[in-house]
Design a protein around this ligand. Structure first.
Ligand code: ATP
Length: 510
């Protein structure tokens, strides 16, 4: 049992035992035998847990020791060079760390010491790695925790744990004779959410305690403590936490761009035997919108595929399977019947043909094998990173999504439930267009548009784009049929193979 569970059980035990003893006393029952047995049992449990702790076991009072040991070995290995991409974020962080690294200069210029750095960004982008690398860079001890560790139902427990965390950092720094300590709180939003009156008192107290501890940090105190926190939801945080003098340095740790992805892939490929055909650059292209954690997983899964296949090296085929697995989930055993397989093939080819028509060279795989919840899928790769989307681009995106349903209609005269996800995706894009003022509604606030007007505008866009997709695919019936036979036979078409089939027929619309 870890420290958190142990404390939770202790709270429960106290919560039940006290009312029971009072009840028995009022009933006139002799409670001494119960008290003696209870005390003996408690002493026994504590003794056992203390021994576990001495041995460095994972549980109980030894948990603290264990955490220190883990933290130390973890930061020994993490340096900024081992974090792929995020060059700007790393630079900003290094600059912010001057407070710990160059205290003399900071004092000379009368600069207010930095107390808190907030790392904000999607899950798995390397925020924890950044905090560990920062601790290593500043030759500091690292004490990590998570917002959820401070959440308890009893008022004051979370606040006590915050106090313990700061105490632990100070003690650890003294013990290791370090001048600096970095306290890292992951998921800070759990305790630092906006206080709007409806919140529990316990949350308020925990947050107040954190603010108090931070207010008590001074540049000339020894050890110097820097609090780093991470969140995926910066907009949820209470303004008291973000004001100057607290977490006033915000560093965005976003999803990596192509260059960043390549760097992360290269780092995680270092200890893996790669075959000559592996093109890391192409993998970086095909993993658009993957986080660092997902990229690490791609490399790991590819190695597992290679090992299972008893191959000596990891090939591009293993990599490709791994990307599909991370994106869509493991292959499933769902056996579609012949008719279903044909429909799925038509559906996927619909997506792929529209994609090749509007963005030539963008399809990297068309597959008919069930993965996760999908019975088939098309993998696209972005040829260019984009941060701004034009109306034509978004419309093309919707047409690619609608391609599956339109193709089913062309060949069967009806649609299936397989298009549900595509419609969701299309409608989300329409919402984006409306919010960005890219529709006939003009520049509007969604809350001021009546449901009828919204529904009419959405319907008009969807109908028009469905018609355009239909016209586009109609011109490709012949190429459709020849690709269909090959896809059903081979189950998987690489992007190159698919483009060869199309080129042979020369039926792509202009
Ligand atoms: P969360 O918000 O979910 O807590 P996080 O942003 O803190 O996630 P980390 O825990 O730092 O993410 O990263 C998880 C794993 O993903 C790392 O152990 C590492 O293997 C890999 N990883 C993530 N980002 C990078 C990166 N930029 N470079 C190298 N590896 C990375």
């Amino acid at each position: 049992m870890n420290k958190q569970n142990w404390l939770r059980w202790t709270e429960w035990a106290i919560g039940i035992a006290v009312p029971m003893i009072l009840f028995l006393t009022f009933q006139g029952i002799n409670i001494w035998p119960v008290l003696i047995v209870g005390a003996a049992l408690t002493a026994l449990v504590i003794a056992v847990r203390m021994r576990g702790g001495d041995k460095g076991g994972a549980g109980g009072f030894g948990g603290l020791k264990q955490r220190r040991a883990t933290n130390k070995s973890a930061i020994d290995n993490i340096r900024f060079e081992q974090i792929g991409g995020h060059e700007r974020a790393k630079r900003e962080l290094v600059e912010a760390l001057d407070f710990l690294v160059k205290p003399e200069q900071i004092r000379q210029f009368g600069i207010r010491p930095l107390k808190g750095i907030l790392l904000a960004g999607p899950p798995g982008t390397g925020k924890t790695l950044m905090a560990k690398a920062a601790a290593h860079y500043a030759d500091a001890v690292f004490v990590g925790s998570s917002g959820s560790e401070f959440v308890e139902m009893y008022v004051g427990v979370g606040a006590g744990r915050i106090r313990d965390l700061f105490k632990e950092a100070r003690q650890l720094a003294l013990k290791q004779k370090k001048e600096n300590a970095v306290i890292f709180i992951d998921e800070i939003d759990v305790i630092g959410g906006k206080r709007e009156g409806g919140q529990q008192k316990e949350y308020d107290q925990t947050l107040n305690q954190l603010l108090t501890e931070m207010d008590g940090l001074y540049g000339d105190s020894s050890p110097r403590i820097l609090v780093m926190a991470a969140t995926n939801r910066k907009e949820m945080l209470d303004s008291a936490l973000l004001r100057p003098g607290r977490f006033d340095r915000h560093i965005e740790v976003d999803l990596p761009d192509k260059k960043g992805r390549l760097h992360i892939i290269q780092l995680h490929a270092q200890n893996k035997p790669l075959a000559a055909d592996v093109d890391l650059n192409r993998i970086a292209e095909e993993t658009f919108s993957f986080s660092g954690a997902q990229l690490e997983s791609v490399l790991n899964e590819a190695a597992i595929y290679a090992m299972r296949a008893e191959a000596k090296q990891i090939t591009m085929e293993h990599m490709s399977q791994a990307i599909d697995k991370v994106m869509l989930g493991e292959k499933t055993d769902r056996e579609a019947n012949h008719e279903e397989r044909r429909r799925v093939a038509i559906h996927e080819l619909g997506h792929a043909l529209v994609a090749e028509a509007v963005r030539p060279g963008s399809v990297s795989q068309v597959a008919l094998s069930p993965r996760g919840k999908a019975l088939g899928y098309v993998r696209h790769h972005s040829q260019q990173e984009r941060y701004l989307y034009t109306k034509p681009y978004l419309e093309e995106q919707i047409m690619i999504a609608l391609g599956g349903a339109v193709a089913e209609e062309m060949f069967y005269g009806n649609r299936s439930t397989g298009s549900q996800g595509d419609f969701d995706q299309s409608l989300n894009i329409v919402d984006t267009m409306i919010n960005a003022g890219l529709t006939e509604l003009g520049i509007v606030r969604l809350k001021n548009v009546t449901p009828d007007a919204l529904s009419d505008a959405t319907k008009a866009i969807m109908v028009e784009l469905t018609d355009r997709t239909h016209t586009m695919l109609e011109t490709q019936r012949t190429v459709f049929m020849s690709c269909l036979d090959v896809l059903i036979r081979e189950e998987n078409l690489t992007g190159e193979h698919f483009r060869c089939l199309i080129r042979d027929k020369k039926h792509l619309p202009v």
